[in-house]
Write a protein that binds this ligand. Structure first.
Ligand SMILES: [Zn+2]
Length: 81
């Protein structure tokens, strides 16, 4: 489920979604494959399983969906090409 943010938060903004706390650290410029320039939010998220914070990048305006660190992330079936 994607959670859209209406107003872009400032770095330092923290939000809790269920048991996971997310903190926006910064924005990063990013050029998409189609050449369009956009900004990504760099988020620090607490792993749902071990509680360790990890960073993930997400299109601005969308809260990160990943709530587990790489160690505890389940491989997504059918995602490999
Ligand atoms: Zn973990």
């Amino acid at each position: 489920m994607r959670i859209r943010i209406e107003t872009l938060p400032e770095p330092g903004f923290a939000v809790s979604v269920g048991p996971s706390k997310m903190t926006l650290l910064a924005y990063a410029d990013y050029t998409r494959r189609d050449g369009e320039e956009t900004r990504l939010g760099v988020w620090e998220v607490e792993c749902k399983t071990c509680g360790e914070p990890f960073t993930t990048r997400m299109t601005s305006h969308i809260l990160p969906e990943t709530k587990r660190c790489e160690k505890h992330r389940r491989p997504v079936r059918g995602a490999s090409k």
